[in-house]
Ligand binder design. Structure first.
Ligand code: NIG
Ligand code: FE
Length: 413
C-alpha cells in the first residue's frame, strides 16, 4: 500500500544523518521542510520533498494535509500502563498533604495496585490497558515501553507481562516490555526484603526469560524501595538472561541509582528529580540516556530534574510520560513536552527530540522510529493548520492532532 500525503505546511523532525540519539546542542536544531509531500510504501517512509508532487510518484491513497503540519509520532519510553482500577483515593490523600512516601509506607501506593491486579483477570487487564493504548495512540504516540511491577508475585508478574505481549501482538504501536519485579517488596515479603530480592533473581527472572516476555529489566532504586547493592544483584541476574537494564533512580532521594545504572550499562536511567553535578558527570560519555518524567514531578508536586544542566553538559535527554495510576495518570506526550518547556526550560525543539528520537533510543528503537527519515517506519501525525511548531505545545489542550498514521496506515476511531 502506497500512501501519499500532500500539502503539508511543514514536516518537523526530519533526520537525514541517521543519528541514533541527539546530544547537547544537537537537540536544539529541529530539521523541517515547508510546503511538502510525503510518500509511505509498505509501512515505511519512502520519500518526501517540496510540493508539487513529482509526476512519477504514484500512490494507492492520497491524503490532503490541508495546510496542517506533520510530526513523527512520539516515542514514550517509560510507562506502567497495564494496571487494574485506579487510585484516586491517594489523589485525595495527596491533596490533604500526604507525600508519595507516606502513602507508600501506609501500604497504599504500588501495593494497592498489586492487590487490585491480583483480583483482575488477564482478559480484563488487557481490555483496560487497551483503552489507554488507544488513547495514547490518538494523542500521537507510536512507540511505547510498558513495565510490569504491579504483580510482585511470580504468577502475577507473568500475568502482566503476558498482557503486554498481547498488546504488542494486537496494537499498531511498537511495544517494548520491561520486567519490573523490583518495583516494591510484595506483601508476603514485607520485612523480608532480601528474601524478596532472592525471589526476583532466582525465580522471577528465569520464569520471565523462559517465556521470552521482556526486553528490559528495571529496579526502583530509591529510598524506601531497593538499595544500590540489591539493584546490582537484580540487574546481574537479568543480564544472565540477556535483559538490558533500565532504572528508576533519584526520584525520592539521591539514591546512587544513576551511578548503579551506568555501571551496569543501563540503556536509560529514569526520573532523576533529585540529581545534580555528580549524576550528570556519571552519565557523560556513556550510552545511558537520562529519561525525564515531568508528568510525575507535576502530579506529585516535586522539583523537576535539571534538564538544562544536562543538555549544557552535552548529554542527550529523553522525555516520557510515566503513565501509571500513582504518580502520573496521563500518557499525553504533548502535555509532557509542554511541561518540559514550561517547567524545565527545554526549548520546544529540544523537547520534541527528547520525546521522539531520544525516546526511541531509550527503547533501542531509534534505527526504525523517532524521526522522519527515509526507510523508517511511517509513524506520524497530522495537525490542524497552526501558526508555528511551538503552537502545538503552547496551546497544549487544544485538540490540534487531527489524523494519526501508524505503519503507514491511518488509525481510525
Ligand atoms: O515511576 N516510582 C516508581 N514507580 C512509578 C509509580 C508507581 C505507582 O505509584 O504506582 C513511577 O513514578
Ligand atoms: Fe515509573
Amino acid at each position: 500500500m502506497k500512501l501519499l500525503v500532500t500539502h503539508i505546511a511543514r514536516i518537523a523532525g526530519i533526520e537525514t544523518e541517521c543519528r541514533a540519539r541527539l546530544c547537547g546542542a544537537q537537540m536544539g536544531r529541529l530539521n523541517c521542510l515547508d510546503d511538502a509531500w510525503l510518500l509511505a510504501d509498505a509501512g515505511r517512509i519512502a520519500a518526501f520533498g517540496p510540493m508539487p508532487v513529482p509526476a512519477e510518484i504514484e500512490a494507492d491513497r492520497t491524503v490532503d494535509a490541508r495546510g496542517g503540519m506533520l510530526f513523527p509520532s512520539f516515542c514514550d519510553s517509560h510507562t506502567h500502563l497495564v494496571y487494574a482500577g485506579s487510585r484516586e483515593r491517594e489523589f485525595l490523600d495527596k491533596i490533604a498533604g500526604l507525600s508519595y512516601e507516606q502513602i507508600a509506607r501506609r501500604g497504599g501506593g504500588i501495593l494497592n495496585s498489586a492487590d487490585l491486579l491480583h483480583r483482575t483477570s488477564e482478559q480484563q487487564l488487557y481490555d483496560e490497558a487497551m483503552v489507554r493504548v488507544r488513547e495514547i495512540a490518538a494523542k500521537g504516540t507510536g512507540c511505547v515501553e510498558i513495565k510490569s511491577g504491579y504483580g510482585l508475585t511470580t504468577e502475577d508478574e507473568l500475568k502482566m507481562l503476558r498482557v503486554i505481549r498481547r498488546i504488542r501482538e494486537t496494537a499498531p504501536l511498537a511495544v517494548k516490555a520491561t520486567f519490573l519485579g523490583a518495583h516494591a517488596v510484595g506483601r508476603a515479603y514485607v520485612g523480608r526484603q532480601e528474601a524478596y530480592v532472592d525471589l526476583v533473581c532466582r525465580e522471577m527472572v528465569p520464569a520471565v526469560a523462559a517465556e521470552g516476555l521482556a526486553d528490559f529489566i528495571d529496579v526502583f532504586c530509591d529510598e524506601g524501595f531497593f538499595t544500590v547493592a540489591q539493584t546490582a544483584r537484580i540487574l546481574e541476574a537479568g543480564a544472565r538472561y540477556g535483559l538490558v537494564p533500565k532504572i528508576h533512580a533519584n526520584e525520592l532521594a539521591v539514591s546512587g541509582g544513576v551511578q548503579a545504572g551506568v555501571a551496569h550499562g543501563a540503556l536509560s536511567v529514569d526520573h532523576l528529580e533529585r540529581s545534580g553535578a555528580a549524576e550528570i558527570e556519571a552519565l557523560c560519555g556513556t550510552r545511558t540516556m537520562p529519561v525525564l518524567l515531568p508528568g510525575a514531578a507535576f502530579f506529585l508536586g516535586m522539583s523537576y530534574p535539571p534538564a538544562r544542566e544536562m543538555i549544557r553538559a552535552g548529554l542527550g535527554v529523553a522525555l516520557a510520560s510515566d503513565y501509571n495510576p500513582g504518580s502520573s495518570p496521563s500518557g499525553d506526550m504533548r502535555m509532557v513536552v509542554a511541561l518540559a518547556s514550561i517547567r524545565m526550560r527545554m526549548t520546544p525543539a529540544e523537547a520534541i527530540h527528547a520525546a521522539t528520537l531520544n525516546g526511541a533510543y531509550a527503547m533501542g528503537l531509534s534505527d526504525d522510529y523517532g524521526s522522519i527519515t527515509v526507510g523508517k517506519v511511517a509513524n506520524f501525525f497530522l495537525t490542524e493548520p497552526m501558526p508555528s511548531i511551538e503552537f502545538l505545545f503552547y496551546a497544549y489542550t487544544t485538540p490540534l492532532i487531527r489524523r494519526v498514521f501508524l505503519r503507514g496506515e491511518e488509525m481510525v476511531g
